[in-house]
Design a protein around this ligand. Sequence first.
Ligand code: ATP
Ligand code: MG
Length: 369
Amino acid sequence: AAAAGRALTIGLIPADGIGREVIPAARRVLEALPSGLLAARPRFVDLDAGFEYFQRHGVALPEETLAALKGDCDGALFGAVSSPSHKVAGYSSPIVGLRKRLDLYANVRPVISGAAATASGARRAIDMLIIRENTECLYIKDEELHDGPDGRYAVAKRRISERASRRVGEMAFAMALQRDGMRRLAPEAERTWKARPKVTIVHKSNVLSVTDGLWRETVRGVHAASAQYRDAVDVEEQLVDSMVYRMFREPEAFDVVVAPNMYGDIISDGAAALVGSLGLVPSANVGDAFVVGEPVHGSAPDIAGRNIANPIAAIRSAAMLLERLGCEPAALAIYRAVDRVLADGRVATPDIGGRSTTTEVADAVCSQL
Ligand code: ATP
Ligand code: MG
């Protein structure tokens, strides 16, 4: 929450493919924010990273980029990185590097739909925020292959720690409160969520009673230990299998959802399918000291360079960045401008059935602002 009183400095890392089209579009939207919503016009720092950069320079995440982020920037926007189809010696994903080096321990993904079709044909509002722990669980990649008497077998270790569970739990309750505050800033008629804030803890402790038991107990403990959270935020639990079932049957029932790394990966991709094109879904990589907004989609080599990529995921990621930096009114203005462009429907890229260009969609959002 650095916002008050001075200009924000935002690092821009377009990286590969359509990242180079959607990040400039998001930048233009940030530049179009009416004065008064931010203390001062944001400053931008253009930074290198990515697979193409790696092919030219032998490094995917240059130290200069990290130094600029740590030294000058309040937060950053990352475009997309192309993933080589085969293993390339010396290459590792720059976004994974950023998460590690900046301690961005949670991946946060909102799933929003003003008018989602349901099986019954009714139109219901989905407005959910999935928070995925992003440092441990099965992603410690501690696997072993053994020769046994009955053939080979493999074992993967899964790490769940109190510290990682606690900090992501803390983030879930804090964001539930912040979202509630944001909703109150919006006009009554536009509020999709009118109930008390709620956090759903996802686990499978009926099977993994030690690891998921510790996760569940620790996140519950964050709620129990805070009078503010107990007073203002409800808490519920959901086994991951029934989470998936309920998410598809009644997605409007969820507010903030917090999950360990692997379950979070699966449910957040499933949730993206609820609201249509990948080109609409934003995310943020969040730590205590830094935040990097990032559209969920990849570099989309099939459409790169043609000015037809949907910039809305990147634009919403820019709004998430502002939200995290404590500039809620500016973030809300961007969310609402995007919603109006989508509702109007006249300016839309091909992935959502339109014929407009990336640039035209960005222009439409700017003029709504
Ligand atoms: P990568 O290896 O970078 O992940 P990919 O081939 O998996 O590349 P994605 O970016 O994940 O590509 O996209 C999957 C599909 O969704 C592609 O057909 C792509 O064109 C489409 N897509 C992704 N993002 C957008 C967007 N912003 N606008 C329009 N279409 C998109
Ligand atoms: Mg992909």
